[in-house]
Design a binder for this molecule. Sequence first.
Ligand code: NAP
Length: 489
Amino acid sequence: MEGSHVHEVAIVGAGFGGLGMAIRLKQQGTDDFVVIERGEDVGGTWWANSYPGCQCDIPSNLYSFSFARNPDWDRAYPMRDQILAYLRDCARRFGILPHTRLGCELLGATWVAAEQRWELETTTGRIAARVLVAAPGLLSEPWSPSLPGLDRFEGNAFHTARWDHSDDLAGKRVAVVGSGATAVQVVPEIQPRVARLHLFQRTPPWVVPHTDHPIRPELRELYRRLPALQRLSRAGIYALRETFVPGITRDRRWLRLQKALARAHLRRQVPDPELRRRLTPDYEIFCKRIILSSRWYPAIQEPNVDLVSSGITELRERSIVDGAGVEREIETLIFATGFRPAELPIAGRIRGRDGSSLAKVWGGSPEAYLGTTVAGFPNLLFLYGPNLNLGHSSIVYMLESQIAYALDALRTMRLRGAAEFDVRPGAQAAYNAELQARLEQTVWNSGGCGSWYIDRNGRNSIQWPGFTFEYRRRARRFDAEAYRLAAPA
Ligand code: NAP
C-alpha cells in the first residue's frame, strides 16, 4: 500500500463517468482522490473504440458535460476522435491528470469492515479509500460468439472494440458478423477498400436517415460568443428527445411516425423487393437501439457485398461456412457483436460486507438503488449502474444526475459525522420492484426482439423506463432515510 494513506475517494474508470465525478469532486474542494484507468489514456469507451466510422448517435451539444460546454464541435453528431479530444481536454483543464493512474487495472476491491474503508488491489499496487466510485462503463467488455472452428481459423479475427489497425483490409476478403449500431458504422467505411465483404446479418435493424451535418465555423463562432445560444440548442435537443419516452415506455402509437420514416427510408434506398424483405425488421421499432444511417443500405447493395442471413455454421482454416452450407473464403473476420453489460467482469472483483462479490449477489441480474448503491456494499457508488441506460437520449445527463447524488452522499456523511452508508435492502427491493413493473410495458421487454438489454435470466437490468428528468428529480438529493448510516468505529 502507498504508505498507510486512506484516500477519501477512489474512482475506477476515466471515461465520462469517472472523469465527471473527479471534476465535480475537485470543483467542490476535495483533492484527496485517485482515478485508476486500465486503458493507456482517459476517454473510456471513446478511447477503447477506434473502429473506422465510430461516431456517437446523440447530438454533440447534448453529448457533453453541462459544466464544460464545447463550442468547437464541428459536426452535429460527434466523431470518436473529437469526443476523445474533448475528454482529454476536460481531464487536463480541470486538473484531473495528476490524480490519474493510467494503465492501472482493478484486480480486486474488498470492504474492510473493521476500518470502514475499501482496499483496492490493482496492477500497479494497493490503494485504500473511504469511498469507492465504480465507473467502468456499460459497454466496456467486448463479447463475441464462440463459433465452431474459430480456433482453426488462420486469418485475422478481432472485435470492433479492439480494432486491429495493423490490418488495413485493403483488397481482402472480409466477413463482418453483426448488424447493430457498430456494424452500421463500420461497413460503409471499409466496403470501398475490401475486395469482398460477407455481411452476416442475423436480425435486421430499424434504420432512419441520419441528420448529421458539419457545424459551420460561423455558428461555432456564435456559440463561442453567445454561450446562451448553445445552451438553447442543447435544451431544444434534450426536449425533443424526451418526446420519444411515452412511445418507448407506454404507448406504441407514439412510435408510428418513426416507423413510417424508417419504412420510407428503406423503400427509397432499396429498390429490390426481395432484398427489402430481408432488411425489414419483424419486431417493434426501438426494441433494439434505433439506427441512424444514410449510408448503410447503399453500402450493402454495392457489388462487392454479400448479405448473408442464413447464419454461420463453422469456420475453417481460410473460410467461413454459412447456414446454407456455402463456404466463403476470407482473410479477416470482424466481430461487430457488441457487449454483455449485465456480466461486467468488474462485478466479480468487488467484494462487500460478507465477502461475496457483486457478481455473486447479482447472479447475472444486476440491481441497485437508483442505479447507484447496492445493499451489503457500503460506501460504493456505481456510475452508469443497473437500469440507467437510455434508448433516446444522452447518458451524460444521467451520469451528471448520479454524480450530484454521489456528491450529496459525501456531503451528508460529512455533515452527520458518518463513516459508512449502506442502502437498506427494503429500499433497494421496493425501487427495483417498481422499475421492473414499469419495464414490463416497455418496447424493450415486449417489442418482440432479443437485445443486450435483457440479461441471461430474462430480466431487463439495463434500461431506465422513464423520462430522464424523472431520474434527475429522484436523485437530486441523497435520501439518507433509505440508508443505514454508521458512525466511525
Ligand atoms: P449490438 O447492438 O449488440 O449488435 C450486435 C450484433 O451482432 C447484432 O446484429 C447481433 O444480432 C449480432 N450477433 C450477435 N451474436 C451473433 C451470432 N452468434 N451470429 C450472428 N450475429 C450475431 O452491438 P453493437 O452494434 O456493438 O452496439 C452495442 C451498443 O453500443 C449499441 O446498442 C449502442 O448503445 C452502442 N453503440 C452506439 C453507437 C453510436 O453511438 N452510434 C455506435 C456503436 C455502438 P442479433 O440482433 O440477432 O442479436
